[in-house]
Design a protein around this ligand. Structure first.
Ligand SMILES: Nc1ncnc2c1ncn2[C@@H]1O[C@H](COP(=O)(O)OP(=O)(O)O)[C@@H](O)[C@H]1O
Ligand SMILES: [Mg+2]
Length: 341
């Protein structure tokens, strides 16, 4: 919609000549003659202001002119003030409109996030039942089973674990999108977290023929971190490491002290590597370098975007080093708890 035409301060203040006529200082005829005179002089190359022309032609006293000029200045000033007030009011109106639009948008995104979060929790409950019964069956608590049945159950168990992981990711995403990725910082035994993360991925690594182990400094102090979220981060990095490394390769989780008060956590693999010009892309939500429909590696492309958010919410920074065909390292420092070893 085009802006409607508006009164400008100049439009609100009559021009000098008209003003003098209005005030009865000169007549229309005087004005016309003075304008003609002014034009004549201009054509001779002399610049003559209208007021001067009126004085030259003896239609007006200098004192009347001065008076009129002063009045016009006052006039113009109040017109400008009025215009400013108008402008301020319009800015206020627009700001209020924008504020409303913003509220609407955040309402919608809140609804979306609630939806994701509800769905995630709804998915979790039935899955817990499925996992529970598989566990009972596989441990023969409900009667003995054949080898074939055991195999079928073990595949189901792996799949339901995988599904559970995906639901956890989805919940993490929904929390992040609601800006609720709040950190519960505690004194955390990072060595234990690293060892646990390695242990829980041992089966996956074995299945892929990738060796997975932790290298942990002896004297690593406690760190300040949200242990659940850092555990999740480690899980994601290890999962990627295993996924993007082919059989015979390795994934190493390392925990090392650096300087007085830093602990460096890194996950290094000997996998496919990441092209240098894609090192930023991998942190975009849903971005996967293998965009093909064959989907060789699986996954949702959400892991790293959240990993980075979580690391940064710790006031830290996630760093990647990678060489195509040789492997990748993801690492980040955490602050140690002062005085505790
Ligand atoms: N260790 C790695 N080696 C090679 N590529 C990786 C590695 N980690 C991540 N990537 C690339 O970054 C993309 C995004 O990773 P991520 O966000 O964890 O999503 P997902 O694992 O679900 O694909 C991956 O699809 C892959 O292309
Ligand atoms: Mg991943």
């Amino acid at each position: 919609m085009p802006e409607p035409k508006r009164l400008t301060p100049e439009m609100l203040v009559p021009r000098m000549g008209e003003y003098l006529v209005q005030k009865g200082h000169i007549t229309e005829e005087n004005l016309q003659q003075a304008l003609d005179y002014q034009q004549e002089e201009t054509s001779k190359g002399n610049t003559v202001l209208l007021g001067q022309a009126l004085i030259d032609l003896k239609f007006l006293d200098r004192s009347d002119l001065d008076q009129a000029v002063t009045e016009q200045i006052i006039h113009l000033r109040s017109a400008l003030q009025a215009a400013n007030r108008n402008l301020e009011r319009r800015v206020e109106e627009r700001t209020a409109e924008l504020q409303k639009a913003l509220e609407r948008v955040s309402e919608l995104s809140q609804l979306k996030a609630n939806f994701i979060s509800n769905i995630s929790h709804e998915l979790r409950t039935p899955l817990t039942h499925i996992k529970g019964y598989i566990e009972l069956l596989i441990t023969e608590s409900l009667g003995s089973i054949t080898e074939e049945q055991r195999h079928a159950l073990s595949v189901s168990q792996q799949s339901s674990n995988r599904l559970e992981g995906l639901i956890e990711d989805l919940i993490m995403v929904s929390l992040a999108s609601r800006g609720e990725l709040s950190m519960q910082q505690n004194d955390v035994d990072i060595r234990r977290l690293a060892n646990l993360a390695v242990k829980s991925h041992a089966d996956a690594a074995l299945a892929r023929g990738v060796s997975l182990h932790a290298v942990v400094d002896e004297n690593v102090p406690l760190v300040q971190a949200d242990s659940q979220k850092i555990a999740w981060v480690l899980g994601q990095l290890i999962d990627n490491g295993i996924k993007f490394t082919s059989s015979g390769g390795s994934v190493v989780v390392s925990v090392k002290c650096e300087g007085e008060n830093l602990v460096i956590i890194s996950v290094t693999d000997t996998g496919i590597g990441i092209p240098a010009d894609h090192l930023d892309d991998i942190f975009e939500p849903f971005h996967q370098l293998d965009g093909s429909t064959t989907r060789k590696y699986g996954g949702t492309g959400l892991g790293l975007s959240l990993v980075r958010q979580i690391v940064e919410a710790h006031g830290s920074m996630l760093e990647v080093q990678s060489t195509i065909g040789r492997g990748s390292t993801f690492k980040f420092p955490l602050l140690s708890v002062p005085g505790v070893r």
